[in-house]
Design a protein. Structure first.
Length: 187
């Protein structure tokens, strides 16, 4: 959609149309377009509060965006549910991003393997979208990469070629999902 600069400094009290009910026009626009008052105000202000022109422009803009429509995927849906039920309308329910932060105490070698297996089984069961680990050591990172590579993109400070002197560090796991796009340059 082409970008437009919308002036937000329109003061209804200084407009030439003294008898115009701006909130009523916003409500009418929102009702006609099945949108909200914020979008209505943006379109109406940009078009001098001309309701007919604003509605026409809205539907014209919407028609131009048919090929660019966004599909929202409910990331919290159960794996047992059919895939088509994961598609939800944008306003029907909010999406939730699950983030887990965990100090895995990688420096403590007691029960180390059992702790790693427990962590992996928890992640495979609950599938949080983003996992932030602290006190990761190279042994635990290798274990996570071997066990979780199918489900998660795994990033750590040791991915840097000059990081061979780091003994413990943080790691970030991002769940592989069609609705989550990871810019690898940001790590």
């Amino acid at each position: 959609m082409p970008r437009r600069i919308v002036s937000m400094d329109v003061d209804p009290s200084t407009t030439a149309d003294e008898g115009v009910d701006y909130l009523a026009r916003c409500s009418q626009f929102a009702e006609l377009t099945s949108t909200n008052n914020a979008l209505a105000m943006a379109y109406l202000q940009d078009r001098g509060w001309d309701l007919e022109r604003a509605v026409e422009d809205y539907f014209e803009d919407k028609g131009n965006d048919r090929n660019n429509s966004v599909i929202f995927i409910d990331l919290t849906a159960s794996v047992d549910e059919p895939e088509s039920s994961n598609l939800v309308a944008p306003a029907s329910k909010p999406c939730t991003l699950n983030v887990l932060s965990w100090n895995i105490d990688g420096l403590d070698q007691s029960n180390f393997t059992a702790r790693l297996q427990t962590i992996v089984s928890y992640l495979c069961k609950d599938l949080p979208h983003v996992v932030c680990f602290q006190e990761v050591v190279s042994t635990s990172l290798e274990f996570f990469r071997s066990e979780l590579a199918e489900s998660y993109d795994i990033f750590s400070a040791t991915d840097d070629p000059f990081a061979d002197c780091i003994h413990y560090f943080v790691a970030i796991l991002v769940r592989k999902h069609p609705a989550l796009v990871v810019d690898r340059r940001s790590f």
